[in-house]
Design a protein around this ligand. Structure first.
Ligand SMILES: *Cc1c(COP(=O)(O)O)cnc(C)c1O
Length: 366
């Protein structure tokens, strides 16, 4: 008898399943622990939580949740545009920047096309490309970072998108401004360059590519940012793309009309006003990173110097150490799925969480 499973889109059938950081409640249930005893350092969330201003604004917005959201997110886009010195027409919002990755892939990729990524790139770029039946050209990394000149050379007439996360996740590496400038200059005008700036706000002196968007001189450049990381709003699912108005309009065509819910819009608007929360997060993160680096040096374990809010640590058997940490109520991220089976990734937590992570790590490594 023929079945529906024989009819699955072939590019979906072979798709690997994305393994996110495990939720606290799930792990607590499994270990018979109280959720308050478990910490999650698996998904690079903000350990200080959302901005209090965002929480307040969301509590107000909840009372209007019988109404559909503003599908065009007028106030949020205006506020972002003002903050960035661009026009609203340069912005598209996504249900997390993950959704922007889908928009981009949707409008550019057909079977036979390809994307260029780096080894150890963010897992969603290749996943969505495969979903579209496109090929993935993965360029060997150098010292766990992107080799931008090799990525340029990997571009062929079939290439539609080059994906660069800077800083990169899961490695935390940062490409130099000089290398990014060369990439931006040399990328062919019919290839989209996406600079994924999910961790941009953690940088002291980030490269500013907004002028290229403002001037309109580079319609094949898209920047991506998110409220999930430094803004501490990962649960709201809201991210944004910054690009040429014509490219933004093309993506708008395939967006669901209400992809950003009203509570998320309210929270994000308020979060943009909370510079103090951002600064506190940046400071706490920098201290936490230094702490982890000094512990790694002390323990004699290899790590990748990070420009983001997490650190990649070489532990020989990542899966075993992940499980051992989990038994101690610390949810980390094993890296086998990224081709880094000897490593684990730990998000930087509060000072107390960092002590717990380190103590669990020490007992796992003995
Ligand atoms: C976390 C992350 C994102 C953001 O994901 P959201 O969907 O906005 O939560 C995008 N790119 C990279 C590289 C990330 O690490």
């Amino acid at each position: 008898m023929s079945s529906i499973f024989g009819k699955l889109n072939p590019s979906v059938k072979g798709l690997p399943v994305y393994q996110p950081g495990r939720p606290i409640e799930e792990v607590a249930r499994e270990l018979g622990l109280d959720p308050s005893e478990v910490i999650k350092v698996a998904s690079n969330e903000n350990p200080l939580g959302p901005s209090p201003l965002a929480i307040e604004a969301m509590q107000v917005a909840v009372k209007q949740s019988h109404l559909y959201p503003d599908g065009n997110a007028f106030y949020l886009k205006n506020k972002l545009a003002e903050k960035l010195g661009i026009e609203s027409s340069n912005l598209i919002l996504g249900n997390g920047s993950n959704e922007i990755i889908e928009f981009v892939s949707h409008i550019l990729l057909r079977p036979g096309d390809n994307i260029v990524v780096s080894q150890y790139c963010f897992a969603i770029y290749p996943l969505v490309a495969m979903m579209m039946g496109a090929e993935v050209s993965s360029v060997p990394s150098v010292a766990y970072g992107h080799d931008l000149s090799a990525m340029l050379k990997a571009i062929t007439p079939s290439t539609r998108i080059v994906w660069v996360a800077n800083p990169n996740n899961p490695t935390g590496t940062l490409a130099s401004s000089d290398d990014v400038r060369v990439l931006v200059d040399k990328v062919p005008s019919d290839v989209l360059l996406v600079m994924d700036e999910a961790y941009y706000e953690f940088l002291d002196e980030p490269i500013d590519l907004l002028p290229l968007v403002k001037s309109g001189e580079m319609p094949n450049l898209l920047l991506m940012r998110t409220f999930s990381k430094i803004y501490g709003l990962a649960g709201l699912r809201i991210g944004y793309g910054i690009g040429h108005p014509n490219f933004i309009s093309a993506m708008e065509k395939i967006r669901q009309p209400f992809n950003i819910n009203s509570v998320a819009q309210a929270g994000a608007i308020a979060a943009l006003d909370d510079a103090a929360h951002l600064n506190a997060t940046r400071k706490s993160n920098a201290e936490g990173l230094r702490f982890f680096e000094s512990v790694c040096v002390e323990l004699g374990v290899e790590f990748v110097p990070s420009s983001a809010n997490f650190i990649l640590i070489k532990v020989a058997d990542g899966q075993r150490v992940f499980e051992s940490l989990q038994d101690h109520g610390v949810i980390a991220r094993p890296m086998g799925g990224y081709g880094l089976p000897e490593w684990i990734r730990l998000s930087i937590g509060t000072a107390a969480e960092n002590l717990r992570s380190v103590s669990a790590l020490k007992s796992a490594l003995i």
